[in-house]
Design a protein around this ligand. Structure first.
Ligand SMILES: Cc1ncc(COP(=O)(O)O)c(C=O)c1O
Length: 402
């Protein structure tokens, strides 16, 4: 006779849990294939990675050296060290004119860690959570791992690739949560301050938790972004040192958390990870110094130059059907005239030429087979080299498609 639960245990042994049976974050596979190529001594031109090619700002590097020399760097408070929470709160005052209390700030292991925490703290199994399609795949995949139902809002050219109040009104009932990102990944599109305020108000009126992913703030080309807390302190605001601050691998993010979720978030983070990395926290305090901000702004100037080079080059290749890249460092392009299978097309182009791109299938479960995301976070020379290598690829692919 088998023990109770043994068939479940058997299936777990065979292939892992059902909850782990989620889609892969395909960009990570592209990064692994790129690393393997590099290790084999082959050229890789990375237009895939959603990360800066620069180190952390100089004051952060000085701060980490000093911390290594003088601090124990043991566990910290679960919600983060007081000087960092104070520095982050001050950042909202300086950048947005918003009064944020350090107690509103929870420091996390990347904003990725913040998403897991707030999903667990705010949603139960079966809750419906809405997000844009195309959108950042990790929201969708982690929500599914946690048993939530993902409601994908079709965000195409007609609505500037961003969710609207009209889309929410058209749902059968208000969802438990809505995630918006501005600037967004993969599209780089920005929700105007007016539209973000309208979404925040709708959510507050309908009992929907708005989670506003603002981790690309500071990387903007067409006007300012706004913070959801300017409208509703019932929303959750996500931040990170990964993108603007050029610190992806330091794994540090934060969120502004409404009072009612704070204790739950604290209980979860204490049990799940104890605290975010101490060494990164000690260093990140210096990320908000004026000297760091000036260094980060100089990166944004380079992204702006890269963006122009990439858009020009793509136009020459006949790739013009793209989402408005008003922020972040991505171009999301429709290349349906050369492929209807972006996953294998990207793998083939990487193997044949060394140009790494992110397949649209990652971001859009419906039409992503005909799209790619190109990152312009690298050097200008890299963008130029990528375009050079892609020219014959597009010519040949069109010949075959035609
Ligand atoms: C829109 C968006 N949100 C969140 C993340 C997670 O970033 P991190 O965990 O490094 O803060 C990313 C990473 O690419 C992203 O593009």
């Amino acid at each position: 006779m088998s023990a109770p639960g043994s068939s479940r245990a058997g299936s777990a042994r065979a292939g892992g849990s059902q909850r782990s049976d989620i889609a892969m974050f395909h960009v990570m596979d592209v990064l692994a294939a790129s690393a393997a190529r590099r290790a084999a001594g082959l050229e890789v031109v990375s237009l895939a990675a959603g990360q800066p090619s620069t180190p952390a700002p100089a004051p952060v590097l000085r701060a980490v050296r000093s911390a290594l020399a003088t601090d124990v760097l043991g566990y910290t408070e679960s919600a983060g060290i007081a000087p960092l929470r104070t520095a982050i709160a001050g950042h909202y005052r300086t950048r947005y004119g918003l009064e944020v209390d350090p107690a509103d700030v929870v420091v996390t292991t990347g904003s990725s860690g913040a998403f897991t925490l707030i999903f667990l703290a705010a949603f139960d199994v079966g809750d419906r959570v809405a997000m844009a399609r195309p959108g950042y795949p990790a929201y969708r995949n982690s929500l599914r791992a946690l048993g939530c139902e993902v409601v994908e809002l079709d965000c195409g050219a007609a609505t500037g690739f961003v969710p609207t109040v009209e889309m929410l009104d058209a749902l059968d009932s208000p969802p438990a949560g809505l995630i918006v990102a501005s600037p967004a990944n993969p599209t780089g599109t920005v929700i105007t301050p007016h539209d973000l305020a309208a979404l925040a108000t709708w959510c507050a009126d309908h009992g929907t938790l708005l989670i506003s992913d603002e981790i690309y703030h500071g990387i903007e080309y067409a006007g300012p972004t706004s913070c959801a807390w300017a409208t509703s302190r019932e929303s959750v605001v996500m931040g990170s040192v990964s993108k603007y601050f050029s610190m992806t691998g330091w794994r540090l993010g934060w969120m502004l958390v409404p009072q009612r979720y704070r204790r739950g978030v604290e209980r979860l983070t204490a049990n799940l990870t104890i605290c975010p990395p101490a060494v990164s926290q000690a260093a990140a305090v210096a990320a908000f110094d004026p000297e760091s901000i000036a260094e980060c702004d100089s990166h944004v100037e380079r992204y702006a130059a890269n963006r122009a080079v990439l858009l020009d080059g793509l136009a020459t290749l006949g790739v013009t059907d793209i989402a408005p890249p008003d922020g972040a460092f991505y171009v999301y392009a429709d290349i349906g005239d050369v492929t209807d299978d972006s996953l294998s097309w990207c793998a083939r182009v990487l193997a044949d030429t060394g140009v790494a791109m992110a397949p649209g299938a990652d971001f859009d479960t419906r039409s992503g087979n005909r799209t790619v995301r190109l990152s312009f976070a690298g050097t200008t020379a890299e963008i130029e080299r990528g375009l050079e290598l892609l020219t014959p690829v597009f010519e040949t692919s069109r010949l075959h498609a035609g």
